[in-house]
Every structure is written in C-alpha cells, then in structure tokens.
Design a protein around this ligand. Structure first.
Ligand code: XBP
Ligand code: MG
Length: 253
C-alpha cells in the first residue's frame, strides 16, 4: 500500500457532533422565523438524515413527512430562503462555541500537520458552516489547515454519490490509494468508497446502528490516551486505543 499522503475529513458527525444540537436547531429556528409550525424533533431528524444537504432535506420532509402541507407556487424560492436563514442561525451557534470537536480530532490533526500530511474536507454542508466550525474550534487560522475544502453545492450530486470525494481528490492531485477518508454515516462511507478511498468510520448516536460494510474500521471515536476508542467492527476484536498515524498506517495496510 502506498504511504498515506493526505487525510480527507467529513465534517458533520465526524469532526464534530453538529447534527442534533446544531443543524437540527438551526432548521427549527428558521421554520419559526418564517411562521411555519414545523418542528424537527430528535427522532424525526434521525430519519431526515437519510437525505444529505439541507435544501434536499427540507424537500424530503415536505414530500414524505408533512404531506398535508399545501405546496405554494414559490416553493423553490421558499426552500432557498429557509436554508439561507438556517445557515445564519447555524453559523451564529458556531460563533457562540456551542459545538466542540469530537474526541481525538484535534490531536490527530496536529500530528498530521507536524508529519507534513496534507489535509482536506469533503462535506455536503454549506461552505460558511465549515468556516464557522473550523474558525471557532481551531482558531482564526483553522481554515488554512485544510488545503482543499470541498463543500455544499460545489458538486450537484451530494453524498452518497462519490462526486464530492472525486472532486477533492482532483484538487489534491492525488490518487485515492494515497489518501484516507474519515466518515460517520453510511451515506458518507458509500460516497468515499465510491471514490475508491479506504475509510475509517467513527460512529455517533444517529449512526450507531448502521452496518458500515466496506469500512476500513469502525470505532466509537478517534480516542485520547485517557479516553481510548473502542473498535466495533468484527475484525477489531474490541480493540481499545488511540488513532494516530502509526495506527492508521497499520490498519490501512
Ligand atoms: C451532512 C449533512 C448536511 C447538514 C446540513 O452530511 O447532511 O446536510 O445536515 O448542511 P455529511 P446544509 O456529514 O455526510 O456531509 O444545511 O448546510 O446543507
Ligand atoms: Mg457526516
């Protein structure tokens, strides 16, 4: 296996647990601001996560879960306006520091940077949201840690389509076998696998029951020395530890 040259990270659910207490609340705040009585509870939101992308998720909700809603003629414009408002609420929440990075993320990013690995992001979320999270959690320079930020509508087909990872690889000028991807969801895993990437999954509450077939490994999180990960896939035999570059190189081989 070639030496790992770059790490490509998903954002939502992987770098930080942004869905339940970030995106979900921002959607609800936008609905409220528009005088809509739509409220996405924690369980419903788990079902809505089947569709990636905020605008796509609003449409999915109206289509499948709120079928009595009379579609206005300007529904397309409404979705865009709602989503813009949702992004304002979300970035405001990030600026308030409401969502920290997940366990082990900062440690691994620091190690990768010191070792000269290249870093990239591949996410379906809106670019402003990525900037808000990185700036708040890593500091003003955080965005510059990532050489490529592939986000949002930059490719029309969102995860589980491989397009966002294919785009990120093209920008890096690297083949998939020189990179590793980090994901938290089946849609994300399938996107990365579709681009030919070996992919490490760290689960969260919304994705814990998924099967993750094809993942390089499935872990509770990246782990810290005083709070090690638990490996959950059958090949791992319940290993506990810390994801560092040596561990990644070993498991990827
Ligand atoms: C993340 C998402 C995003 C966010 C909403 O998926 O599904 O849609 O929930 O973001 P992944 P926007 O982690 O697989 O990339 O509202 O900005 O689209
Ligand atoms: Mg994700």
């Amino acid at each position: 296996m070639p030496v790992i040259e770059a790490l490509i990270f998903d954002v939502d659910g992987t770098l930080a647990d942004t869905e339940r207490d970030g995106h979900r609340l921002a959607f609800n705040a936008a609905f409220h601001e528009f005088g809509l009585d739509w409220v996405w509870g924690v369980a419903l939101y788990g079902e809505l996560l089947a569709v990636t992308g905020g605008k796509e998720r609003i449409r999915f909700y109206v289509d499948r879960f709120n079928t009595d809603y009379p579609l206005p003629d300007d529904f397309d414009d409404l979705v865009i306006a709602l989503h813009k408002t949702k992004t304002r609420h979300y970035t405001q929440m990030m600026a308030e520091g409401r969502i920290p990075l997940r366990s082990g993320v900062l440690r691994l990013l620091n190690e990768a940077r010191q070792a000269g690995l290249r870093l990239a992001i591949a996410t379906t979320t809106t670019p402003e949201n990525v900037t808000a999270l990185l700036t708040n959690t890593l500091g003003a320079e955080g965005v510059s840690w990532f050489e490529v930020i592939a986000a949002g509508d930059i490719v029309p087909a969102k995860k589980p389509a491989p397009d966002i990872y294919v785009w990120a690889l093209a920008q890096l000028g690297l083949k998939a076998d020189a990179c590793l991807a980090f994901e938290d969801s089946e849609n994300g895993l399938n996107s990365a696998l579709g681009a030919g990437l070996r992919t490490l999954v760290t689960i969260n509450d919304y994705t814990a029951e998924a099967k993750f077939s094809g993942a390089m490994a499935v872990l509770s999180d990246l782990g810290e020395v005083n709070a090690p990960f638990t490996r959950l896939d059958a090949d791992g035999h319940g290993e506990r530890g810390v994801v560092d570059l040596a561990w990644l190189q070993r498991v990827a081989s």
